[in-house]
Design a binder for this molecule. Structure first.
Ligand SMILES: NC(=O)c1ccc[n+]([C@@H]2O[C@H](COP(=O)([O-])OP(=O)(O)OC[C@H]3O[C@@H](n4cnc5c(N)ncnc54)[C@H](O)[C@@H]3O)[C@@H](O)[C@H]2O)c1
Length: 403
């Protein structure tokens, strides 16, 4: 079969890779990948995910932190560099994976694209809609692709809900609830996370907003949001959002980072006209018996090592999917593989920069709605004024007044 012409030129063809990769990992792969940022995401998500992708080879990695470089060099035996400029010029990667704090994403995306590489960037894509536009313009100029690691939508439990809704005979999705309850007060966060004024929806809730948009298959028409925090409403430790989709269908998102109960990192319930679909992220092993809020006696045992999805119809439960061990790594691998294939063929990745911009647009609208107390339509002219606004901007110094 003839190869599809690539929109991205012919830099994505197979090439010889230096034999420095750990024993057991294939040497001849299609795409040369380099990483910027070797913290939690780079070391514990990106590198393990890339290690199992047979169409890519890691040719370099950089981080200003020497201990992190040493750890990656020793564990993965990849060439490491203290700065991105040196790495880009020495390694000439086909793809750059960015895993640095969000306020540096736009700059690194543009530098990688200017070096003729495709980009896979961590969420949240960038800090403002203007930055997103600058990155997408740079991608168009360079004729390269951009994908963002919105991996939760690819986890088996969330994928199972999407597949149920996408079936040709599926009933209409009417209402989606998502919640995140965790004891991680913004003031207790370390490093760059602790310095963000608005982190909860922007940095953690981005996965929930992306999932809602993937499930409904569209951008909401309007949003209404309320936030409150330890130091006033502008710091968003608690977030309550309503997204209104076409035909009046609703999604509701609750995040509470001050929750003292058991962590529930990402729970979702999608109600259709004929079933209630549930995804619960995190290990789950439960045995229950009784008549609890039901007229029919039941005995149930359920187990999901890292998460479970099920369908409920009138109290009858059918398991739809279980998450594997390391679901974040497994789902990131799927995002990366799909992005690599899209870069190779010239298609649009399902988690493209364009779609990630749409997710950020919704988040910007939510913060604006929270600041005015009003519901905001996404076609309202006020949206134009939000383009340059930087989300997650630095928190005011201790003792300063916060609105
Ligand atoms: N998709 C997911 O599930 C997921 C999970 C965790 C983190 N993330 C995202 O990954 C990104 C990084 O988060 P993390 O938890 O790895 O943070 P981290 O603090 O653990 O690591 C960040 C790394 O970037 C380096 N760094 C900081 N500033 C830099 C700069 N200007 N240039 C180059 N390197 C720089 C640091 O030295 C550090 O090693 C964030 O955007 C975060 O939201 C995504």
């Amino acid at each position: 079969m003839p190869e599809m012409p690539s929109r991205f030129g012919d830099r994505g063809q197979a090439r010889v890779v230096r034999p420095r990769w750990p024993v057991g990992i294939r040497l001849c792969r299609d795409m040369r990948v380099a990483l910027i940022g070797l913290g939690n995401a780079g070391s514990h998500i990106h590198l393990p995910a890339l290690a199992s992708i047979t169409t890519a080879s890691v040719v370099g990695a950089c981080d200003p932190d020497g201990a992190r470089r040493d750890h990656v060099a020793a564990t993965y035996r990849v060439p490491v560099f203290p700065d991105a400029g040196t790495m880009l010029s020495r390694c000439r990667p086909d793809i750059v994976v960015i895993g640095t704090p969000p306020d540096s994403h736009a700059d690194y995306c543009i530098r990688a694209l200017d070096a003729a590489a495709h980009v896979i960037c961590e969420k949240p894509f960038v800090s403002s809609l203007a930055e997103a536009d600058a990155v997408l313009d740079a991608a168009q100029r360079a004729d390269r692709g951009v994908a963002v690691n919105h991996e939760f939508r690819e986890m088996p439990i969330f994928r199972a809900i999407r597949d149920e809704i996408a079936r040709p005979d599926a009933p209409d999705l009417l209402f989606l609830q998502m919640w995140q309850l965790i004891d991680m007060a913004p003031s207790a966060e370390a490093h760059w996370r602790g310095q963000m004024a608005q982190r909860t929806l922007f940095e953690a809730g981005v996965h929930l907003v992306d999932f809602a948009m993937a499930l409904f298959g569209e951008r909401p028409a309007s949003v209404q949001a309320t936030t409150c925090g330890e130091r006033g409403p502008a710091t968003d430790a608690v977030v309550v959002v309503t997204l209104e989709f076409s035909r009046g269908r609703l999604a509701q998102l609750t995040q509470n980072r001050l929750y003292k109960g058991e962590t529930q990192y990402f729970e979702a319930r999608a109600d259709t006209t004929s079933a209630s679909l549930r995804a619960s992220f995190g290990g789950r092993a439960r045995a229950s018996a009784g008549l609890y809020r039901s007229t029919r006696p039941h005995m149930r045992f359920e187990y999901g090592r890292s998460g479970l999805a099920w369908r409920d119809v009138n109290g009858r439960r059918t398991i739809l999917a279980r998450n594997p061990k390391d679901p974040t790594v497994a789902a990131t691998r799927l995002v990366f593989e799909a992005a690599i294939e899209a870069f190779r063929t010239g298609g649009e990745p399902s988690t493209s920069g364009r779609r990630a911009r749409a997710v950020l647009e919704v988040i910007a609208a939510c913060y604006h709605s929270a600041s005015t107390g009003c519901r905001l339509r996404l076609d309202d002219p006020v949206m134009q004024t939000l383009t340059a606004w930087r989300m997650g901007a630095a928190r005011a110094p201790e003792g300063a007044e916060v609105d």
